[in-house]
Ligand binder design. Structure first.
Ligand SMILES: [Zn+2]
Length: 184
């Protein structure tokens, strides 16, 4: 990931965290953001699912429920794309947390990881990778999709999914405002 993309990712993560806080929830950093840089660097050499854990933990104080949130960029160039793109490993990482995980894009639309697993993606890099994903065994998923080179695709080739944003819900439906708007 280039420095620019990292910066955009971080500013989006901050925007999502601020938005959820403004609705009255406690938001803490989660995932790789908790690790020191030297550990993050070392993890890059591994296929550990820790690398793909969501960015944020949201505490619903009253019910003591913890929900994880992954801030997803959804702008390519200057254009909003009609789909969420998601790495299969991120979805696997979400699944092993056994907590509700929501992907939130820069338009503050939310998609649940469970719904992607249950209903399937709108498109996958290839059917082969999706079948391997469904085994639930991260070691079976190839580092690079076998179709990547054959189809001359750009990028790292890590197996991916596309999910239509029409399947997303407004963030306020997932995190109903706990703060009286008039009071803020
Ligand atoms: Zn594939």
């Amino acid at each position: 990931m280039s420095w620019d993309r990292l910066e955009i990712g971080l500013s989006h993560e901050r925007a999502v965290a601020d938005k959820i806080r403004s609705l009255g929830y406690a938001v803490e950093q989660f995932g790789q953001g908790l690790l020191k840089q030297n550990v993050r660097e070392a993890l890059k050499e591994t296929e550990s699912l820790i690398r793909w854990l969501p960015d944020l933990a949201v505490l619903v104080v009253e019910s003591k429920l913890v929900v994880l949130v992954d801030a997803k960029g959804c702008i390519k160039g200057n254009q909003n794309t009609p789909n969420h793109s998601l790495e299969m490993r991120a979805l696997m990482a979400a699944n092993i947390t056994s907590l509700p995980v929501w992907y939130v894009c820069s338009e503050f639309k939310a998609l649940s990881a469970a719904s992607v697993i249950e209903d399937g993606p709108d498109r996958a890099c290839c059917q082969g990778c999706w079948k391997l994903f469904l085994t639930g065994d991260p070691t079976k998923l190839p580092r690079k999709c076998p179709e990547h080179d054959r189809l001359n695709r750009r990028g790292s080739g890590t197996p991916w999914l596309l999910i239509s944003k029409q399947r997303c819900r407004p963030l306020e439906k997932v995190f109903p405002p706990l703060i009286d708007a008039r009071a803020s």
